[in-house]
Write a protein that binds this ligand. Structure first.
Ligand code: GLU
Length: 471
């Protein structure tokens, strides 16, 4: 059997990270078994589906590298096929036209409720005797009246449903448009899907779909229903719990493989291991280790996973991402040191590429103001002589390297009989606006000679102004 999985989003908003986890599991399962992963855009709800949402799905999957192996299938382009299967079902008496009015259905519902029963259609049009002129009928599937449907769910285990609980599902509305459960079954069957992996909010649709598959003479696929992802307060994951739009994570400087790694672990485990490369994910993934209970979305852990992946990512790739992030801040990435040098200096202390760009900003452009706390602590009158001495020592250097600049700072400290920190800290604030930066030699190389000279002058002027204001 060829493994074929599909991701079938409805394009009604952004690409939610819960859906991305579903897509990831479908993709990994197909990759692991050497099968195919296909994309189906479930856009039949024309009022709610938008091109913008379709683009967000395609862009999101593309960013994550979860591309489909075949061109996407759009349900709105398959209405002829649905009509064909619908006619076939009517011809074979697998479905029938129902002429019940809204009032009749309401009355049925009210009666069931008054008896404490589940509202269900009572099948009064089943025998075809209630044809009404001037009424556009819906089409209902002739669901089996008795027996059970046993679903051997690959995550949930065996789940049994009673046909007596299911009524005759509407498969086409009175305007002829097909309904959700019907299109899914026609598509999964036509697309030869072997495994349906989706959120467990669809578990209740499964017995209806199994009956439809059987009526169409098709073998139902295997099913795997994934537990939901909750927020930290155990409610359904929403904006309140942090960003849920996957493309937001790109903007926030997350690496796609880190987001995938995090989402993989959200509901699947391999011992207590946390970090996986993409190849390892493909290698190790299976549905047996998928958790049966809901997972909790934990933004700090996602940040931690991202930090881990930033440590192992290639410098060239991070350099490109850093350039994008600098441009997003209005900073020219060419106006400073080679990006790969900045990456190596900053990756250890950066949890996201966005944070890396915040730290790198001062190496490519002027910073706005001194960080108030850092300036208060380090740009004090006593620092004046330290900064003047270091300006002189640096000015006398022939070449500008980590070693030579570091040595100049040490010489300045020696001249004044100061501990290195008493020179390096004011200098750091002068160079970057803040008291935290990489090693002082590294920082000096990143800032560059000319900017260094100007920034020490700027810090000296700041100290002078401070002294003048105090008088
Ligand atoms: N379009 C459905 C959704 O977005 C998924 C249907 C399915 O996976 O069977 O929830």
């Amino acid at each position: 059997m060829t493994v074929r999985t599909r991701f079938a989003p409805s394009p009604t908003g952004h690409l939610h990270i819960g859906s991305v986890r579903t897509a990831l599991y479908c993709w990994l399962f197909a990759r692991h078994h050497g099968g195919d992963f296909v994309l189906r855009i479930e856009d039949t709800d024309r009022a709610r589906s938008t091109q913008q949402a379709i683009d967000a799905i395609l862009d999101g999957l593309d960013w994550l590298g979860l591309g489909a192996d075949e061109t996407p299938v759009y349900q709105t382009r398959r209405f002829d096929r649905y009509a064909e299967v619908l006619q076939q079902m009517l011809d074979q008496d697998l479905a029938y036209r129902c002429y019940c009015s809204r009032e009749e259905i309401e009355a049925m519902r009210a009666e069931a409720q008054s008896k404490g029963l589940k509202p269900r259609y009572d099948g009064r049009c089943r025998d075809g005797s209630r044809v009404r002129d001037n009424v556009a009928p819906v089409v209902r599937f002739r669901n089996p009246l008795a027996g059970t449907i046993v679903v051997d769910d690959l995550v949930k285990g065996q789940v049994t449903f009673d046909n007596a609980e299911l009524d005759d599902l509407i498969i086409a509305r009175s305007d002829g448009t097909p309904t959700y459960n019907f299109t899914v079954v026609v598509d999964d069957s036509d697309m030869a899907i072997s495994h349906v992996i989706r959120g467990d909010d669809h578990l209740n649709n499964t017995p209806r779909q199994v009956n439809l598959f059987r009526a169409l003479g098709a073998e139902p696929p295997a099913f795997a229903h994934l537990p939901m992802i909750h927020g930290s307060d155990d409610t359904k994951l929403s904006k309140r719990h942090g960003a849920v739009d996957v493309l937001e994570y790109r903007k926030m400087g997350y690496l796609p493989e880190a987001l995938l790694n995090y989402l993989l672990r959200l509901g699947w485990s391999h011992g207590d291991r946390e970090i996986f490369t993409l190849d390892e994910m493909v290698d190790l993934f299976g549905l047996k280790a998928v958790s049966r209970s809901a997972a909790r979305f934990d933004p700090p852990k996602l940040l931690w996973v991202n930090h881990q992946h930033i440590q192992s990512a290639g410098a060239g790739r991070l350099a490109d991402l850093l350039a994008d992030q600098l441009r997003a801040r209005g900073v020219d990435p060419a106006a400073g040191p080679p990006l790969a040098v900045a990456v190596e200096a900053l990756r250890e202390r950066s949890q996201t590429v966005k944070e890396m760009a915040e730290r790198a900003h001062c190496y490519y452009a002027e910073y706005d103001e001194f960080d108030a706390k850092s300036a208060k602590a380090h740009l004090r009158p006593v620092a004046r002589s330290a900064l003047t001495a270091v300006q002189e020592e640096l000015g006398a250097l022939e070449d500008w390297t980590e070693e030579s600049t570091q040595a100049a700072v040490e010489t300045a400290a020696g001249r004044l009989d100061l501990k290195l920190g008493k020179v390096a800290q004011p200098l750091r604030v002068a160079l970057t606006g803040q008291a935290a930066s990489p090693g002082i030699g590294t920082t000096l190389v990143l800032v560059g000679r000319e900017r260094t000279r100007n920034r020490i002058d700027r810090a000296l002027a700041f100290i002078d102004a401070r002294v003048a204001a105090a008088q």
